[in-house]
Design a protein around this ligand. Structure first.
Ligand code: NAD
Ligand code: MG
Length: 391
C-alpha cells in the first residue's frame, strides 16, 4: 500500500491523481490533501478519501472547512505555509504528489525530501528555480523523484534499461540528445502582431491537453517548453545543448532520447496525463489503465517542426536563461507567474507576458549557484520590480 500526500489536490493533476486512487483502492491510500482555497471541492475530497491531515493555504477557507467537516473525526486542518510544511513533514504518508502550481512548491518539496518521502513531481517551477538545490538533496537523503510532466515521463520511460552508476540525474554517457516535444499550443503559426489581440479565452483553448489555467497560458506562449527544457536539464543531468525542442502538433510522441549509436527511443500514446501520473506512482511497474487506445492508422501522420523563435520570444529567451543558470531561471519563472496572473485578470495583453519576462530578466544581476534564500529573494525582487514598473 502506498500512502499518498497530494499537494494541489483540487487542481488538474491533483484530481486526476485521485481518479487513479479510485481505480486502485487496494494499493493507494490518501493521507494528506492540500489546496489553496477551493473549500467545496476539498470538502468533497475529504469526505470521500478520509485523509488524516488537510491544509488550505487560505486561512478563511481553512476556517470554513473546519465548520463544514465538524462532523468528521480524525481529520486535522492546518493553514498557510506553516501548514503546508507540517503536511510535507507528516510521518503518516510516504509519497508526495507535488501538484501545486508555481514556486510555492519549493519549500514543501524540500521539507518532504528531508522527511524521506518519495516525490512524484508535476510542479516543474520547483526544479526550474531550485533544481541545483533539489537534485543534490535527493542524493543526500536517498530519496527518489519521479517525473509526472508527460514529456519528462516519456524521457524517463525511454531511459529504462540503461545501467546507471549514480542516479538518472547524474546523466549517462550513452545519451546524445533529448528530443523534447511540444504541441505548439493554440497560437502555432501565428505572428506576434496577431497574438496581441488574443483574449484569455483564446489562450485557454489548448488543442490537445486539458490542464490548469496557468500551464495552459504557458503553452500558448511556449514558456511551458522553456520551463520544461530547464526541468529536463536537472532531471536527466544533460547539458543545455543536448536538449532540442520539436514542435509536434499531434502530441502523440511525448518525447524521445537519441543515444550515441544513433538509436532514438521515445514514448507514444494518446495525450492523457493519467498515464504519466500512474507511471510515477507505480514505477517500475505498470498497471492497467482504461484509456482510448492509440490508433496510428487514424492518426495517419506525425509532423515535426522547428519552434518559431521569432514569434515566441519568451521561448528563445528561455534557452539563454537556461544556459546562464543562477538566479536567472527564477527571475524568468517569477516574471512569468506574475504576468500570467495579470493576463488572466485581463490587466495586460497576451504579448505583454513575454515583454514583462524580458524586462525582468534584463534588469536582473545574476547570482550564480544561489542559496535557497537567494532564490526566494530573487522571486520577491522580481515581483517588486515589475510592480514598481507600473506594469
Ligand atoms: P491547477 O491550477 O489545476 O492546480 C493547482 C493546484 O495547486 C490547486 O489544487 C491549487 O489549490 C494548488 N495551489 C495553488 N496555489 C497554492 C498555494 N498558494 N498554496 C497551496 N496550494 C496552492 O494546476 P495544474 O494544471 O494541476 O498544474 C499543477 C502543476 O503541474 C504545475 O506546476 C504544472 O506546470 C504541472 N503540470 C501540469 C500538467 C497538467 O496537465 N495540468 C501537465 C504537466 C505539468
Ligand atoms: Mg509537459
Amino acid at each position: 500500500m502506498k500512502h499518498l500526500g497530494i499537494f494541489g489536490s483540487t487542481g488538474s493533476i491533483g484530481t486526476q491523481t485521485l481518479e487513479i486512487v479510485r481505480d486502485f483502492p487496494e494499493e493507494l491510500s490518501v493521507e494528506v490533501l492540500t489546496a489553496r482555497k477551493n473549500v467545496t471541492l476539498l470538502e468533497n475530497q475529504v469526505r470521500e478519501f478520509r485523509p488524516k491531515l488537510v491544509c488550505l493555504y487560505d486561512e478563511a477557507a481553512a476556517e470554513d472547512l473546519k465548520v463544514r467537516i465538524a462532523d468528521l473525526t480524525g481529520v486535522r486542518i492546518v493553514t498557510g505555509m506553516d501548514g503546508l510544511l507540517t503536511c510535507a513533514a507528516y510521518e503518516g504518508y510516504d509519497t508526495m504528489v507535488a501538484a501545486m502550481v508555481g514556486m510555492i512548491g519549493i519549500l514543501p518539496t524540500i521539507h518532504a525530501i528531508r522527511a524521506h518521502k518519495t516525490i512524484a513531481l508535476a510542479n516543474k517551477e520547483t526544479l526550474v528555480t531550485a533544481g541545483h538545490i533539489i537534485m543534490p538533496m535527493l542524493k543526500e537523503y536517498g530519496v527518489s523523484l519521479y517525473p509526472v510532466d508527460s514529456e519528462h515521463s516519456a524521457i524517463f520511460q525511454s531511459l529504462q534499461g540503461l545501467r546507471y552508476e549514480g542516479g538518472v540525474s547524474e546523466g549517462h554517457p550513452a545519451i546524445r540528445k533529448i528530443l523534447l516535444t511540444a504541441s505548439g499550443g493554440p497560437f502555432r503559426g501565428r505572428t506576434l502582431s496577431e497574438m496581441q489581440h488574443y483574449q484569455v479565452e483564446d489562450a485557454l483553448r489548448h488543442p490537445n491537453w486539458s490542464m490548469g489555467q496557468k500551464i495552459t497560458i504557458d503553452s500558448a506562449t511556449l514558456v511551458n517548453k522553456g520551463l520544461e527544457m530547464m526541468e529536463a536539464r536537472w532531471l536527466f543531468g544533460v547539458e543545455p545543448e543536448q536538449i532540442e525542442v520539436y514542435v509536434h502538433p499531434e502530441s502523440i510522441l511525448h518525447s524521445a532520447v537519441e543515444f550515441v549509436d544513433g538509436a532514438v527511443i521515445g514514448q507514444m500514446g494518446m495525450p492523457d496525463m493519467k498515464l504519466p501520473i500512474q507511471y510515477a506512482l507505480f514505477y517500475p511497474e505498470r498497471r492497467r489503465m482504461v484509456t482510448k487506445p492509440l490508433d496510428l492508422f487514424t492518426i495517419g501522420a506525425l509532423h515535426f517542426e522547428k519552434p518559431d523563435t521569432v514569434n515566441f520570444p519568451a521561448f528563445s529567451l528561455a534557452s539563454k536563461v537556461m544556459k546562464a543558470g543562477g538566479t536567472l531561471p527564477t527571475v524568468y519563472n517569477a516574471a512569468n507567474e506574475y504576468a500570467v496572473a495579470r493576463f488572466l485578470k485581463r490587466e495586460i495583453c497576451f504579448t505583454a507576458i513575454g515583454e514583462l519576462i524580458e524586462k525582468a530578466v534584463a534588469n536582473h544581476r545574476n547570482i550564480i549557484a544561489p542559496t535557497l534564500e537567494e532564490v526566494l529573494m530573487a522571486e520577491q525582487e522580481t515581483y517588486a520590480f515589475l510592480q514598481g514598473c507600473g506594469d
